[in-house]
Ligand binder design. Structure first.
Ligand SMILES: [Zn+2]
Length: 294
């Protein structure tokens, strides 16, 4: 699962995870470095073949210049990790569907999905506009969860989930277009696929082929990995969401409103930075402002 925040948040509370034991942080960093190092041992020809046509390039190093000081080193380690994962594993369309379906069953077991919700017509129209302009081979499906929590997240197989708390929190369809664009970005930039591959690389599911194993992976997707390198995925999804929502005709000046509201309650520290799945809202807002200026 890849969402807009570090974890599902309650209204009026900070969106960042609380720092936990340093050992957890070190474990996350360790796996990122192991996978990145494995990537360095692969031949260039293999790497180029595996990553051909996939959305990672040095043009993305925009991120290095607008976020936190630690994001620069994380960005470069992340590129190595991506190449390594792409070399080690391939996921078929059927495997992705199996994981997506298993995860969807998990979500509906724990949450109530709604057919009727606030501002339905405008929300669905915004989703259609974003889908149309994404021109993706993924079949995106929007689900609305009845919850006061403010959150949006997405899962392999094209499932995008928004809470009713989030729909109440946004002030414009511009904000929503950016959020939906961000979630689509996680698919188009292969973040979801690589998260599955990372679990395969670091668990007993190595070599898994059956639906049962993929169902276990789907459960693990909700809890594993929060290395600072994964914050790079969030910047990339923000950059993609910015471009997609802009292309769909929404006002770029309102895209950062979401982060402006969140950063009011944000606490910044190195420990939080190292232990969070998501960058600080203030850094994300600064990046969006840079994209507007450019
Ligand atoms: Zn995200």
């Amino acid at each position: 699962m890849l969402g807009l925040f570090s974890k599902i948040i309650q209204p009026k509370k900070s969106c960042q995870t609380k720092p936990t034991l340093p050992v957890k942080i070190l474990k996350n960093i360790f796996w990122g470095l192991v996978i990145a190092t494995l990537g360095m041992t692969k031949s260039n020809s293999q790497t180029e073949k595996a990553s051909h046509g996939q959305a990672q390039s040095n043009s993305d190093n925009n991120i290095v210049n607008c976020g936190h000081l630690l994001d620069g080193p994380s960005f470069y380690i992340k590129q190595l990790e991506n190449k390594s994962l792409d070399n080690m594993f391939t996921l078929t369309k059927l495997q992705k569907q199996q994981i997506g379906k298993a995860n969807y069953k998990q979500v509906i077991k724990k949450n109530k999905l709604l057919n009727e919700f606030q501002n339905k017509t405008n929300v669905l129209q915004t989703f259609e506009n974003i889908k149309k302009n994404a021109k993706s081979s993924t079949q995106f499906k929007l689900h609305i969860i009845a919850s006061k929590d403010i959150n949006a997240f997405t899962m392999i197989g094209g499932h995008i989930y928004l809470t009713t708390g989030l729909l109440s929190y946004i002030d414009s369809m511009d904000e929503l277009a950016f959020i939906l664009g961000h979630e689509v970005g996680h698919h188009e930039k292969l973040h979801l696929e690589r998260k599955v591959k990372k679990i395969m690389a670091t668990s007993t599911f190595f070599g898994a082929t059956g639906a049962e194993e993929f169902a276990k992976i789907a459960i693990d997707l909700n809890s594993k990995f929060s290395a600072p390198f994964d914050q790079i995925n969030e910047y990339e999804a923000d950059e993609y969401g910015f471009e997609l929502a802009k292309k769909s005709g929404y006002d770029v000046n309102n895209f950062a409103d979401f982060f402006k509201k969140l950063e009011k309650n944000e606490k910044r520290s190195i420990l939080i930075k190292l232990n969070s799945t998501h960058p600080f809202s203030s850094d994300r807002r600064k990046c969006l402002e840079k994209y507007i200026a450019n």
